[in-house]
Design a protein around this ligand. Structure first.
Ligand code: NDP
Length: 502
């Protein structure tokens, strides 16, 4: 039987008799304010836009599942990882970072790779990128860093001086810069890229034993990137290429999948490891910590409504579940605060109740009220704890294992500064093919050539420190004096900054 045709109503349910003509005083007269439908319609339209995400504004998402493929119960009590074959519903959102909501998908930028696992013990959010490292390792630099990747405050234009000035004054960014300017900085689609948790997390079991863990999502579609030129032209041909590709692939039944893997380090190993395991500008080389299988993620369902499901999706690295805990990674610690905070601003204090964000497990908190509280707000149950009226109690068995911390509170600079150049050098020398190196240098030269010469020199000295040939090739592409670059590369960062002051 055909479904009964629905009747149009106001947002309060009153049937609407006419949606073409406002009520006016006579056919040529002014509109009257008692046209409640008109006022309601315009007033809601006026409020349709919510704040754009400060970063990761342009994105696409899809629903799917995660399936456990290997027994990792030795390492974690997380229930969603408790059994091979077990499936958990997920929602993933991919994005560019610096561009506005209408910007092109093929921009050179890291890609956000965020996955919400709706587990039986609350939501676990993996809020990573398509790169395993980040530009900075202390969030105190984050607002400054992002300002430099956005628009110049005077001209409202992207500004190579701002971009490279900050990066060249922030040498720990060299690893991520090297990845960003390789062709991995312009992935062809969201399906053809890996995802990396980046941060080190803790995994712990019922006995309280714990390990440090890094998560990797390896694409089963294969890595595919645009060259710099292809990415540039794709901005004009199809600015929504990655969004379109994800949606259409899933519509056509080509469900993208990623194999999920982990690197695992013992607390003992962490104490003496040659790289700081909590420094998000570093990877753990696979030779030291091989990838072990964990599971597989498949995306098989598009959102029905983009705003409700993708735009309102709110992820936070602070969303952890029993069996997964935080690490002392400084960026991770700050993100635990900042992600929830920005979503409260963007979506309101009850954003966790929106269907896309709400856990599919029980949610029993004593939080009450606040704007747009649209569940039953705890009903008639007690709104405080402790109480003797049968309200929910904390469960001490869910505690994260204690970790030893004792030191003097201060603002500490990172000590192992020379280590910043080892991994980008390895990437350039050992991992990249000659063709990839050629593209890397070309992509860098094409971008930094718009910056002032003193900034070019300062940054090229950092490339030179990572690898001599890398620095020389960039210097050659920019027409810089290689001897000058070499001289700058031998200085301390402080001396280099002084030598390249305006
Ligand atoms: P491996 O040879 O074991 O691994 C190299 C990794 O580099 C692979 O995971 C590969 O990903 C990835 N890769 C290939 N090309 C690029 C590129 N242009 N940009 C970024 N990553 C790329 O080496 P190690 O583990 O010893 O690491 C060597 C260097 O590789 C590191 O310093 C780091 O720069 C980079 N890397 C390391 C990762 C890690 O977790 N150990 C992860 C990603 C990069 P794929 O499997 O898709 O081919």
């Amino acid at each position: 039987m055909a479904e009964k045709k629905k009747k149009l109503t106001t947002s309060f349910g009153k049937p609407v008799e006419n949606d073409l003509n406002s009520i006016t005083a006579g056919p040529k007269g002014p509109v009257v304010i008692h046209d409640v439908h008109l006022v309601d319609k315009l007033a809601h339209f006026d409020r349709e836009r919510i704040p754009e995400r400060v970063v990761h504004a342009k994105g696409a998402g899809a629903h799917g599942y995660f399936e456990v493929t290997n027994d990792v119960t030795k390492y974690t009590q997380a229930k969603f990882l408790s059994e091979v074959g077990k499936r958990t519903e997920v929602f993933a959102r991919f994005s560019t970072v610096g561009g506005e909501k209408g910007s092109a998908d093929s921009e050179r930028d890291p890609r956000g790779f965020a996955v919400k696992f709706y587990t039986e013990e609350g939501n676990f959010d993996m809020v990573g990128n398509n790169t395993p490292v980040f530009f900075i390792r202390d969030a105190i630099k984050f607002p400054d860093f992002i300002h430099t990747q956005k628009r110049n405050p005077a001209t409202n234009l992207k500004d190579p001086d701002m971009f490279w000035d900050f990066l060249s004054l922030t040498p720990e960014s060299i690893h991520q810069v090297t990845i960003l300017f390789s062709d991995r900085g312009t992935p062809k689609t969201y399906r053809n890229m890996n995802g990396y948790g980046g941060h080190t997390l803790m995994w712990y079991n019922e006995r309280g034993d714990y390990w440090w863990v890094k998560l990797h999502f390896k694409t089963e579609q294969g890595i595919e990137n645009f060259t710099g030129e292809e990415a540039d032209s794709m901005r004009g041909i199809d600015p929504d290429i990655a969004t379109r590709d994800l949606f259409e692939s899933i519509e056509q039944g080509k469900h993208p999948a990623w194999s999920v893997k982990a690197q695992i380090m013992t607390p003992e190993q962490a104490k003496s490891y040659r790289f700081d395991p909590f420094d998000v500008t570093k990877v753990w080389p696979h030779g030291d910590f091989p990838l072990i299988d964990v599971g597989r993620m498949v995306l098989n369902r598009n959102s029905e409504n983009y705003f409700a499901e993708v735009e309102q999706a709110a992820f936070s690295p602070g969303n952890l579940v029993p069996g997964i805990g935080p690490s002392p990674d400084k960026m991770f610690q700050a993100r635990i605060f900042a992600y929830h905070d920005t979503q409260r601003h963007r979506l309101g204090p009850n954003y966790h109740l929106l269907p896309i964000n709400a856990p599919k497990s029980e949610m029993n908190s004593y939080q009450r009220d606040g704007a747009a509280r649209y569940d039953n707000n705890g009903g008639s149950g007690p709104n405080y704890w402790p109480n003797s009226f049968g309200g929910p109690d904390p469960d001490p068995s869910m505690a994260v294992p204690p970790i030893e911390v004792s030191d003097v509170a201060d603002r500490y600079a990172y000590e192992l500064k020379d280590a910043d150049f080892v991994q980008p050098g390895d990437l350039y020398r050992k991992v990249m093919s000659e063709k990839e190196r050629e593209h890397l240098v070309k992509n860098i030269v094409g971008h930094i050539k718009g910056a002032q010469k003193r900034i070019q020199l300062r940054q090229t000295a950092l490339f030179y420190k990572a690898d001599r040939e890398y620095g020389e090739r960039v210097a050659k592409g920019l027409g810089l004096d290689i001897a000058e670059v070499e001289r700058l590369s031998k200085m301390s960062q402080e001396e280099r900054v002084k030598a390249t002051e305006k």
